[in-house]
Design a protein. Structure first.
Ligand code: PLP
Length: 382
């Protein structure tokens, strides 16, 4: 039996052909016609007006902060429960992150704690300059509340939509909720260019400025003139071609991941002590990853034990993201809350969710998990 990964890419003849066509066109550079087409498609997929294709989601976050004028000494609020890149980008911009805990009903940033945090930090003399709000595991954050708070405080919202491409919030696609939004096309994301990202938004001037900075801040003259510190962040035209083909596959990918999610629910929902990441009523997630929590006192085994059993069967599963405030590198950054994220990390397990996971393999995963019920009632560590 072959190894089962968490979220392997699904590429096919279409992607191969798109890549070869771009290759044969000789636009083998971070410039070319596929970039403009991919950006147009990215903007459409996120319900925004403009996009700039970049080398990574992290680069998109960095440029978002940069074009919004975030710099040295500035504080930026970031979701505590996320992948570290959300916070790293803030440091790349010369600023520093402060963290707000997840909401137990969405696992995304808690809007009430956000409000409290902004007040606390402002009273302490460190009024934050922006919010990086992460759409966790493919579910949009609560943008009605987050946007209202951001408006009151007159600070921009950068939507980290690296995991949520294809999800919706109200009637709009994920990516339309931030002042600027960031996508990732890393190999494990729902749409991949092997590595890549995109910054999208409605403000054409901001996106143009990001494009300028992403291409070494080159002035449009022949003699290599620069009016700014730029970056080498532009995506290759070859990968843009790959991305176009992947985006055309997005509807099929969403259907596949939703079906996998439903099958996990049907297979595991009856098990005492196992719960699923809650689905908020304001939108539809893309089900990038299906994530469960395992309460060892009720289930009779903890997530480490379940994960070890899966690993022995060559099946990859991963703990939920480790909150930023538990990361040694951010141990002394300001934080409001933190216990919700800690619990999710302690008990959360991400299950294989790749588009091509077949039903027999998934049933095997479900059976292996179910068989662990009551297997370690005293909570002995393996
Ligand atoms: C993947 C990811 C990123 C970083 O994207 P890269 O393309 O890998 O740089 C940022 N934020 C979140 C929440 C992610 O999951």
């Amino acid at each position: 039996m072959t190894q089962i990964f968490l979220s392997p890419p699904w590429v096919d003849a279409d992607e191969r052909q798109a890549l070869l066509d771009a290759f044969d066109s000789n636009w083998i550079a971070p410039v070319g016609p596929n970039l403009a087409e991919f950006e147009k498609a990215g903007a459409v997929a996120t319900g925004t007006a403009h996009g700039v294709a970049l080398t990574s989601g992290t680069a998109a976050l960095h440029l978002a902060l940069d074009v919004l004028g975030i710099g040295p000494g500035d504080e930026v609020v970031v979701s505590d429960l996320t992948f570290a890149a959300s916070a790293f980008a803030v440091v790349h911009a010369g600023a520093y992150p402060s963290f707000v805990d997840a909401d137990r009903s969405t696992w995304c940033i808690d809007p009430e704690l956000l409000e409290e945090h902004l007040l606390l930090r402002t009273n302490a003399g460190h009024r934050p300059k922006a919010i990086v709000s992460v759409d966790l595991y493919g579910q949009c954050a609560d943008y009605d509340a987050i946007r209202a708070t951001a408006k009151r405080w007159e600070i921009p919202v950068i939507q980290d939509a690296a995991e949520s491409l294809g999800a919706t919030h109200r009637d709009k696609p994920a990516g339309a909720q931030g002042d600027l939004s960031c996508l990732s096309f890393n190999g494990n994301k729902i749409v991949t260019t092997s590595g890549g990202g995109m910054l999208v938004g409605d403000d054409g001037a901001l996106i143009d400025r990001a494009r300028h900075l992403a291409t070494q801040a080159r002035q449009p003259v022949e003699h290599y003139e620069h009016d700014d510190i730029g970056y080498n962040y532009r995506l290759s035209n070859l990968l843009a071609a790959l991305g176009e083909a992947q985006l055309r596959r997005l509807p099929a990918k969403l259907r596949a991941r939703a079906a996998i999610h439903t099958r996990y629910r049907e297979g595991l929902d009856g098990l005492e002590g196992i719960d699923f990441m809650p689905v908020a009523d304001y939108g539809v997630p893309n089900h990038w990853l299906t994530v469960i929590t395992i309460d060892p006192a009720v289930f009779g085994a903890d997530r480490t034990q379940v994960s070890a059993v899966l690993r022995e069967a060559d099946i990859e599963s991963r703990p939920a993201w480790k909150p930023m405030h538990l990361q040694p590198v951010f141990a002394s950054n300001p934080l409001t809350g933190g216990l919700v994220g800690e619990r999710i990390y302690e008990h959360g397990l991400c299950l294989p969710s790749g588009d091509l996971l077949d039903e027999a393999d998934q049933d095997r995963i479900i059976a292996l998990i179910a068989a662990q019920a009551g297997s370690h009632p005293t909570g002995i560590d393996l």
